[in-house]
Design a protein. Structure first.
Length: 463
């Protein structure tokens, strides 16, 4: 068994990496079974669906037992929303009203004392609901067909977690043993704001844990991702004036009806105009992302009767933003203010909306993240990919991830890297290719070994 202080020559280290990659191939069916087991836990985020009880606790206990069998020290704890509120209220990742009874985080470390800061593998175990029609198989049965594993969370992101656990198992059984200096964490609540990772980062800071780099296993199609966008959820409400829809109405100043739905449709058209303007603005795009960020209307609700004009209409919007537009608290207040100002100015063009302007409520601000592609840890991840025969390439993540808290608050250089196509996340028939799953395990193992057994890198805190 090797200790993390034992450094290899490059040639010997490369041999060790390839040896562990072969062990991943040998354990292919074991890794597939880990993913199937994880999918079968209905760890649905309770704030996204009305369910009797989420199985987040059961899922975390499964992972805890797996790691304990590898000889790891494991800690389970329920985040304390009151304590987090005292420290982080008003910042990204804090969501008022969320509670964590029977919804624990998990943090574990490999046995022994490492000679330099370790590496953290992390991800979330909560998933979105799977109530849509059209599933080929029950979404929590983890059916395997034609080299794919079908099920809710297979891509987002139990595939990444299974690959991480598979990598750890392969390292131990390869003959080199389980080295010290590896940390592993799975959190809850990522799908509804990110308080799980907020609690993890707070724990890392409070305990001054010696962690020097992190891999977040969100799906990237096995691209090395040094960037993820921030996300805003907001609600806009327009008030109208109801009356009989079948009766001719006078002007609203003379007591006539005002159709809130029609007014909201005008606002939606204005939003599309703003999206077009943003598509031409250099500050709204990034070279590692396929398109500029946008305002998307995700939900619209209005009216109360087929015989009446709508007296109210509300939309829920999803807004993406880039790290370059982070505010001093790490959030998206600059973008929020830009949107509010635009809609208020547009409303002045309509006589009703000028006097009864739209009302705004912002629901969630999930922060963005970026680390330089030339950062030493990014380069190390690229090298690890190449060592196990995978295509090493950079790409940004279009969605939010929890990398911001790790990178900015805890000062841990973080790379997002995981199996699966992001477009399949949250979809009907979400599925993960088995070869992709095992390739991710090889990549994780290679990066871990390069981190532990090479001369320690001089890393800088992300800007």
């Amino acid at each position: 068994m090797l200790a993390s202080g034992n450094l290899f020559s490059p040639l010997d280290l490369h041999k060790v990496v390839r040896c562990v990659a072969k062990e991943v191939d040998r354990k292919r069916r074991d890794i597939v079974q880990i993913l199937k087991d994880l999918i079968q836990f209905r760890s649905i985020n309770p704030y996204l669906a009305k369910i009797e009880k989420s199985e987040e606790m059961k899922c975390q206990r499964y992972i805890a037992e797996f790691l304990q069998q590898l000889g790891w020290e494991v800690e389970l704890w329920e985040p304390d929303p009151r304590s987090l509120g005292e420290k982080y209220a008003g910042t990204p990742g804090y969501v008022p009203g969320h509670v964590f009874d029977q919804r624990p985080n998990l943090l574990a470390k490999s046995p022994g004392a490492a000679s330099h800061p370790g590496i953290l593998l992390t991800g979330h175990i909560d998933v979105v609901p799977a109530t849509e029609e059209g599933w080929n198989f029950p979404p929590f049965e983890a059916v395997e067909q034609h080299g794919q594993i079908y099920g809710r969370g297979s891509v987002d992101m139990k595939g990444g977690i299974a690959a991480m656990l598979g990598a750890l198992s392969a390292i131990k059984s390869s003959g080199i043993g389980m080295p010290p200096g590896i940390w592993f964490s799975t959190v809850v609540d990522e799908e509804a704001g990110g308080m799980g990772t907020l609690a993890l980062v707070d724990h890392i800071i409070e305990q001054q844990l010696p962690i020097g780099a992190a891999i977040l296993g969100e799906p990237t199609d096995l691209a090395v991702a040094p960037l993820s966008r921030g996300i805003l959820w907001g609600e806009k409400v327009i008030k109208g004036r109801t009356s009989h829809i079948e009766v001719e109405q006078p002007h609203w100043r003379n007591g006539g009806a005002v159709d809130a739905i029609q007014k909201m449709l005008k606002v939606c058209k204005a939003i599309e105009w703003l999206n077009d303007e943003w598509s031409k603005a250099p500050g709204k795009s990034h070279p590692l992302l396929p398109r500029p960020y946008r305002i998307e209307v995700a939900q619209i609700i209005g009216g109360h009767s087929p015989t009446s004009f709508a007296d109210e209409c509300r939309i829920t919007i999803n807004v993406q933003y880039l790290p370059s537009e982070r505010d001093e608290a790490g959030g998206g207040s600059k973008v929020r203010n830009e949107i509010e100002t635009f809609i208020r100015e547009f409303a002045k063009l309509d006589s009703w909306l000028k006097e009864t302007p739209p009302m705004f409520t912002w629901l969630i601000d999930a922060d963005s993240y970026e680390i330089s592609p030339s950062h030493p840890f990014v380069k190390l991840c690229m090298e690890g990919m190449r060592l196990v025969g995978l295509h090493a390439h950079l790409r940004g993540v279009e969605t939010h991830t929890d990398a911001g808290r790790l990178g900015y608050d805890a000062g841990i250089p973080t790379v997002i890297l995981g199996p699966g196509e992001t477009r399949l996340a949250h979809q009907v028939n979400e599925r993960l290719d088995i070869t992709h799953l095992c390739n991710a395990a090889k990549a994780y193992a290679a990066i871990i070994l390069l981190w532990l057994y090479r001369k320690p890198l001089k890393l800088e805190r992300p800007p």
